[in-house]
Design a protein around this ligand. Structure first.
Ligand code: 4NP
Length: 152
């Protein structure tokens, strides 16, 4: 069982989409996964995902509607095997809260994904480009499924 946490700034656009896309594709590939997502900020805690992202994801077959935003905390480093940040700012915030001595894998979601130039998922809250975010998230999710299926 792989326990994976996806993290972004608000937990209403990128990380809930990554959670839903990865869960769908991992289960289709027969991988046993437990997934969640969380925010580095407390700005949207308790809120559902952002409606334009819910709509864009639904059009691709992913249901974000039941999800609610929560803030990441130090306890998440014990609860998950792998924590994936959507951008470098998220990664820095996570590194700053990592408990001393914790060795949980922490990296950029798009780190090492082939055939894409980016290593960050630009925040669609600001870019308004929900399709571009979902394109990157689907590529990242597929790469992660392939990596886990290979046992890495
Ligand atoms: P996310 O996008 O980090 O992909 O969930 C954001 C959502 C809300 C805000 C910023 C980013 N905000 O400033 O409220």
């Amino acid at each position: 069982m792989h326990r994976i946490l996806f993290v972004c700034l608000g937990n209403i656009c990128r990380s809930p989409a990554a959670e839903a896309v990865f869960a769908t594709r991992a289960r289709a590939a027969g991988l046993a996964v437990a997934v969640d997502s969380a925010a580095t900020s407390d700005w949207q805690v308790g809120d559902p995902p952002y409606p334009p992202m819910v709509a864009a994801a639904a059009a691709r077959g992913y249901d974000l509607a039941p999800l609610r935003a929560r803030q990441v905390g130090p306890g998440d480093f014990a609860a998950f095997d792998l924590i994936l940040a959507m951008d470098r700012s998220n990664l820095a915030a996570l590194a700053a809260m990592r408990p001393a001595g914790n060795l949980t894998a922490l990296r950029l979601f798009l780190d090492g994904v082939e055939r894409i130039a980016a290593d960050e998922v630009p925040d669609p809250w600001y870019t308004r480009d929900f399709e571009a975010a979902l394109d990157l998230i689907e590529a990242g999710a597929d790469a992660l499924v392939a990596r886990l299926a290979r046992g890495r």
